[in-house]
Design a protein around this ligand. Structure first.
Ligand SMILES: [Zn+2]
Length: 188
């Protein structure tokens, strides 16, 4: 089944995710539904807060992303997509940072420049309950950091440069009002 994705302004997007003690059938079901939802909205990542849930889980799938800016197939060699990350945390990051444009399914039609470490190591619980680490750079590193931000209640609107905050103020305000009323993002 697919969920509705909540819009910026929805209080759930500011929640801190609760760690998952163990991956069981209910969590596997949730992960499958999140993947289905992400695909229904043509996204490459989704965090539980975006479907108004508070479990610490997010999904990433870059396999449809090969024609997007910033994607380099070499960055994901040896990584099987989709990625289902339970209790993910960044345990190491590069000193190098880069700025790139990011979108978010909870902010339709908005793209902002976000500065992030170029590469990261992420530790998470696998679907078999094994503590696993993945090292990534480029778009995959960025996508994982974006989703982990969600699990801490942090959004791209918190990371955008001041100039964009000004130019997007009206749009964000309208979107925020919709989200506050429990509004969801229209499907394409
Ligand atoms: Zn997002």
């Amino acid at each position: 089944m697919t969920y509705d994705i909540v819009s910026y302004g929805h209080p759930c997007l500011r929640e801190k995710a609760k760690p998952i003690a163990q991956v069981d059938d209910a969590i596997r079901q949730l992960a499958g539904d999140m993947l289905e939802t992400m695909r229904a909205y043509n996204g490459i990542g989704l965090a539980a807060e975006q479907i108004a849930r508070t479990e610490a889980i997010c999904v990433v799938d870059l396999s449809p992303a090969d024609d997007r800016d910033g994607f380099d197939a070499a960055d994901v060699v040896g990584v099987r997509m989709p990625l289902i990350l339970v209790n993910p945390e960044v345990v190491a990051e590069s000193d190098d940072e880069e700025i790139a444009q990011e979108g978010c399914l909870s902010f339709p039609e908005i793209y902002v420049d976000v500065r992030r470490p170029t590469s990261v190591t992420v530790r998470y619980l696998s679907q078999d309950n094994e503590v696993t680490e993945i090292r990534a750079r480029g778009l995959l590193a960025r996508a994982m950091q974006h989703e982990i931000d969600h699990l801490h209640g942090i959004l791209i609107s918190d990371r955008m440069p001041t100039t964009q905050k000004v130019t997007l103020a009206g749009k964000l305000k309208r979107m925020g009002r919709l989200g506050k009323k429990g509004g969801v993002v229209p499907r394409k």
